[in-house]
Design a protein. Structure first.
Length: 633
């Protein structure tokens, strides 16, 4: 029998703890640590090593020991005595000597945390982009080799009543004109921060030459470029900053102006937890900044603020070109094709429609039943030669046949933009037809000596001057079950109307009957009254903006338990549960709890959600998905 080898015993190596010398001047640093645990405090005390005493300043990013792990944190202050008992640990490492987190930003983050029942690091990750060592080294070398702390002195102007406006623009370049006006009025030491919904808006704004070169803050592009742009906006006090959603947190000198363009756009809502939106963050900054909302058709939230007198209404002069335009509707004598042909004789034509692809819905030629996938999604044809695809799961049906009658001939029941381009090419031969949609968006209309026609999806319209604008699929836009469908459709319609050029004989066609409320509002040139009417309807239905809404999603057993626990709570105007059973091999089911509360109880509403999340965290219960003030229900 073979005897097993016996390995010699080895004693575990014991290392004596490293002795760290601590500074005697304000040896305690308060640090906001990224713990990832909701019920734990946000701020912890740490000792400041002597070798780091000069760089440990409020706002710098550090690494600290936390339990058995190492976490990142931002220094919020230095002090002489700790408020906690027990032995303190010392800071491990300084990641950057730059004070990225300003006192004003700390205050703003705290206010947003209070409204959205979240933790500071849920917001800091949006407010400060991921660090790029290469970009930071380059910036420090070029700007200030010995840079530590703040590179600019914030304007500590005492708080005073700020300007708060709602501006309704009626020109395609109305936003550009308003930016120019604000830049010319602002003193040289104040800043203008412009927030736009998406990259298309950034590109179109960038085509204009402002009196100062703007710094662009966006989530796209290289990591190093994003971080360097952030450093420039943070430390150089640029007069003009233009950015998308997360740029709303950009530190500014007191008394500067924050301008939000189309605050009601879905892109203005953060998709990740905690789901904040730029409008609410801007409102929380209004005590230190001038605030202006700009849009062709305002959101219901800012209309409510205007109606209660918190915002002043700044209506611009009417667009003369639009006033001279001829309007055609679906129940009129002039068709869309007639409008297009007449417009092409005068200049460029824009046709906008909702459906993309070649055929956006198909049916059986024999029995006329619409064809759908097993998952419930409708089938469509992406291209002329492709097999049907599911609009939800993207399953391809290479050997399609009708599940009702086994027919094999496809009938097109709704054309997409690709097919519409094909049809227009036959209707107006010799005309250059451009297609602008999500995957191949055209931001600027190309220059051409001949008239061009653009067929675009809503949200993908190129900037340019048009002799005719044709808007199709408006019934689909206005009749969607989405909470914001009417508001979104109204904004798209007024934006596209304003693309009409100052050309004699220009025309606008809308795929709506002339007696539709939106049609009547367009004829009056009054988007504000349309929004005001919808605001009144929303109030009677206990919907935003007069009511705050929270959506809690999770396993049905948990959601039903929460619903029972809050039954009878007078804080909530309405509590409803929506079951969403999912048939899987585990036979699980999810539910959605919808809570509504009057806007007058907004603080109590946020405090309830914060307490609810804290309780579940303390008890070790499974986290539920919570969305406060969602874009849609």
């Amino acid at each position: 029998m073979e005897v097993a080898q016996v390995k010699p015993l080895r004693l575990k190596a014991q290392r004596s703890p490293k002795i760290v010398a601590i500074t005697k001047v304000d040896p305690i640093a308060e640090i906001c640590v990224d713990t990832g645990v909701f019920h734990l405090p946000d701020i912890f005390d740490y000792l400041v090593p002597l070798e780091l005493e000069d760089v440990i300043q409020p706002g710098v990013l550090v690494k600290v020991p936390f339990g058995s792990e190492v976490k990142m944190g931002y220094v919020t202050s230095r002090k002489a005595i700790s408020d906690t008992s027990g032995k303190l640990k010392s800071i491990s490492k300084v990641l950057t000597p730059l004070a990225l987190l300003t006192p004003d930003l700390i205050t703003l983050v705290s206010a947003v945390c209070e409204r959205y029942a979240c933790k500071p690091w849920d917001l800091i990750k949006s407010a400060i982009p991921s660090r790029s060592l290469a970009a930071e080294t380059r910036y420090l070398t070029e700007k200030r080799p010995d840079a530590q702390g703040d590179l600019i002195t914030q304007n500590q102007e005492p708080n005073k009543l700020r300007s708060r406006k709602l501006t309704i623009i009626v020109e395609q370049d109305g936003l550009v004109e308003r930016i120019d006006e604000l830049l010319s009025k602002n003193s040289l030491d104040l800043q203008l921060l412009v927030i736009v919904p998406d990259e298309r808006d950034l590109i179109q704004l960038s085509s204009h030459r402002f009196i100062v070169e703007p710094i662009i803050l966006t989530s796209t592009g290289e990591k190093s470029e994003r971080y360097e742009s952030f450093l420039r906006s943070r430390f150089e006090r640029p007069r003009l900053i233009i950015g998308t959603r997360s740029a709303i947190f950009t530190p500014l000198a007191h008394g500067s102006t924050v301008l939000l363009y189309n605050d009601g756009d879905e892109s203005m809502y953060e998709r990740r937890h905690p789901g904040w939106n730029t409008r609410d963050v801007a409102l929380l900054r209004s005590s230190q900044m001038n605030l202006e909302f700009v849009s062709q058709s305002p959101s219901l939230e800012v209309v409510r603020l205007s109606e209660v007198g918190w915002l002043s209404l700044n209506e611009r002069a009417k667009n003369k070109a639009i006033n001279r335009s001829k309007y055609h509707f679906s129940d009129g004598r002039i068709s869309e094709i007639g409008t297009i042909k007449t417009g092409l004789k005068l200049g460029n034509v824009l046709v906008v429609m909702a459906e993309t692809g070649y055929v956006s819905a198909i049916a059986c030629q024999n029995c006329r039943n619409q064809s759908k996938c097993e998952c419930g999604g409708k089938l469509y044809l992406p291209t002329k030669a492709s097999a049907p695809h599911c609009a939800i799961c993207d399953k391809s049906f290479d050997q399609w046949e009708c599940k009702w009658c086994s027919g094999k001939i496809i009938r097109a029941i709704a054309r997409g933009s690709s097919r519409y381009v094909e049809e227009l090419g036959k209707a107006v031969p010799g005309t250059k037809v451009l297609l602008s949609k999500g995957g191949s968006r055209i931001d600027m209309l190309p220059e051409s000596s001949q008239a061009q026609m653009v067929v675009a999806s809503y949200g993908c319209e190129p900037k340019g001057e048009y002799a005719a604008v044709v808007m199709l699929s408006l019934g689909n836009l206005t009749n969607r079950v989405d909470l914001r469908s009417l508001e979104s459709a109204r904004r798209s319609i007024f934006e596209n109307i304003n693309r009409i050029g100052d050309i004699a004989g220009c025309a606008i066609y809308l795929d709506l009957p002339s007696d539709h409320p939106i049609s009547q509002g367009i004829l009056r040139g009054d988007s504000y009254s349309l929004a005001k009417t919808e605001l009144e309807e929303r109030n009677s239905s206990k919907l935003a903006p007069n009511y705050r809404i929270a959506i809690v999603e999770g396993p049905s057993s948990d959601i039903q338990g929460v619903a029972r626990a809050i039954e009878g709570n007078i804080l909530f105007s309405q509590v409803s549960v929506v079951d969403r059973t999912t048939s899987t091999k585990y036979q699980t089911s999810d539910s959605k709890l919808i809570l509504r509360c009057e806007i007058s109880n907004t603080l109590e509403f946020s405090q309830f959600i914060e307490g609810f999340v804290r309780y579940r965290s303390l008890k070790g219960l499974k986290a539920l998905s919570i969305r406060m003030d969602p874009y849609s229900i």
